[in-house]
Design a protein around this ligand. Structure first.
Ligand code: F6R
Length: 247
């Protein structure tokens, strides 16, 4: 098996194509009368995708009323009302612009007293929802998907992880001071991601070209967790020209 690689003229075109796939899935599920279950990512990469989804909702009447969402990850120690938290990010850039039902969006709990118990409950909630129909991913320069830093096993599940220093530096711009970036996070595991029925990874800019090449071409290994995506039967990498190492 291999990932399918699609290169677009720019990130707007890539994001519009993925938004159209999500729109088609939601409309199909709405017609069937059952919820579409989306796995979502944060970071700078999915911002044009979320803008495109908001446009589909506002301008083309795409309803998210029956959609259920699960985010990949959350920083350890941050409550959802903190602007740096991924819960806050999602509310700001996507959720508050849509007609989602209260309680239909899920983000791992960064401050749970019983973190292992909360991680098991997160996996169970995904299963109870019927499993992820479509998972959106970005990719970190360490080869992480979600916050599955190297080494992350193929079998890994939702858990607490230690963030790589490269990742902490890459994410520092979202925080007031670089030292404020948490050292830990809660993330869905590689196995959790691979169970999604469809995986759509977006990568933009030349800073991602080297890791995209490794992820799509190297033998799958815990040392580069994104390589595990090659084992997925329906995984597409959506790239702009900068992220396409073939150029
Ligand atoms: C975010 C996530 C991460 C990011 C990755 C790329 O929820 O899980 O894997 O997708 O760190 O981040 P950006 O898009 O900011 O380059």
């Amino acid at each position: 098996m291999a990932v399918l690689v699609q290169v677009y003229p720019d990130k707007q075109a890539a994001s519009a194509a993925v938004a159209a796939k999500i729109g088609a899935l939601i409309r199909r599920r709405n017609a069937e009368g059952r919820p579409a279950v989306l796995g979502l990512a944060t970071g700078s990469t999915p911002l044009p995708l979320y803008a495109a989804l908001v446009r589909l909702h506002r301008e083309e009447g795409l309803s998210f009323r029956e959609v259920v969402t699960f985010n990949l990850d959350e920083y350890e120690g941050l409550t959802g009302d903190r602007p740096e938290s991924y819960r806050y990010f999602m509310e700001e850039h996507l959720f508050r612009h849509l007609d989602l039902r209260a309680g239909s969006t899920h983000v791992p709990d960064g401050i749970a007293d019983d973190q292992p118990g909360a991680c098991v409950a997160y996996e169970q909630a995904i299963r109870d929802a019927g499993g992820l129909d479509l998972q959106i991913l970005g990719i970190g320069r360490t080869g992480h998907i979600g916050f599955n830093e190297p080494p992350s096993a193929r079998e890994s599940r939702t858990r607490r992880v230690q963030l790589d220093e490269v990742t902490r530096r890459d994410n520092a711009s979202f925080f007031t001071r670089p030292e404020d970036v948490p050292h830990g996070a809660i993330t869905m595991g590689v196995a959790t991601i691979l169970e999604a029925r469809q995986v759509e990874l977006l990568a933009f800019g030349s800073s991602k070209a080297a890791i995209v090449r490794r992820a799509s071409g190297e033998v799958p290994t815990s040392a580069c967790p994104a390589t595990w995506l090659q084992l997925h039967p329906d995984c597409t990498f959506h790239l702009d020209p900068g992220a396409n190492a073939a150029l």
